[in-house]
Ligand binder design. Sequence first.
Ligand SMILES: Cc1ncc(COP(=O)(O)O)c(C=O)c1O
Length: 387
Amino acid sequence: MDFSNRLKNLPPQFFATLVQKVTFAVAQGRDVINLGQGNPDQPTPEHIVKALQDAAANPGSHRYSPFRGTNDLKQAAADFYKREYNVDIDPNTEVAIMFGTKIGLVELPLAIMNEQELMLLPDPGYPDYLSGAGLANVRFDTMPLLEENDYLPDYSKLTEEQKQAAKLMYLNYPNNPTGAIATKEFFEETVKLAKESDIAIVHDFAYGAVGFDRKKPLSFMQVDGAKEVGVEMYTLSKTYNMAGWRVGFAVGNAKMIEAINIIQDHLFVSLFPAVQSAAAAALNKSQQCVDELVSLYEDRRNALVEACSKIGWDVKAPKGSFFAWLPVAKGYSSEEFADLLLAKADVAVAAGNGFGTFGEGYVRVGLLVDEERLVEAVERIAKLELF
Ligand SMILES: Cc1ncc(COP(=O)(O)O)c(C=O)c1O
């Protein structure tokens, strides 16, 4: 049996290759410090697990969910946006419940684009954006995220043709992989461009909770006019260490939300009601667990940056997300450098070129092991005398 052209056109799964390399090294009995992936290492807070247990014990949770998710979870998402960002969201028309935001990011081009229409994507960027473009068979152009622009795209570099043709644009701050955050001015510029050129905006707010140095990351929805032009994807995976639970939502433009809901009506019956119940509890209850998580990541970030500067590795501290974006040693490509660290220091990092052409020259490190292991990783790298 031959696979469909659609399947054949999909890009190779970048993280799958990374996992293979690390698994191979671990199978050889090596003590690999894995900083390559983005899987939160801390447990889901107890009160959320308890909410799941209680809901799972209720027979009312065992039936099909309403197609578009429970009212409780949609209301919790709206209340969360009001409380955290002072943004008004209508739970009935401006919230879509999803099996994590990866699904939303991948299905949205299928829902609102025709084949060969143009999408604008950040480079470097989260590799799964390409999966959405591939499945929908749309074209995409990339917008370079450069260090000198604080990893924000420079819209003045878009051509008139690109602006005319683009139907959809993806943005992501705090940014994976660079750790950059967005400014209000940048989001305002985005709304202006979107209105002038009729481009729908998706802001991927996966790391919305994780801002350092007491700076709370901005929601795109906080900027005037954002709801007229776009949606924001919010996941519980990172904020509450719920990556395995598969729960997230989109808020914003009612038409785009309707498009997500229609495609999901055909693909799924919504999430296990008990998961939705626990997700509502996560959003509604005390957010102290989130504050604690952010300060844990900040301590790890500080330990990493300090250890790197001690060995002469000139790295910039990320402002948000749980990633650090580190320049490679002179004379190496990203991939060569990542392979060297795995082979000679038993440290796994993600090669920057896996996130796009403009990721070349960097590696991404996850702050997802404890401080001692992060420092040990840098000490192992120090022995290679590359800096
Ligand atoms: C930038 C970004 N967006 C979206 C996601 C998807 O998260 P989830 O599908 O767990 O909601 C991730 C996960 O790593 C991510 O890094």
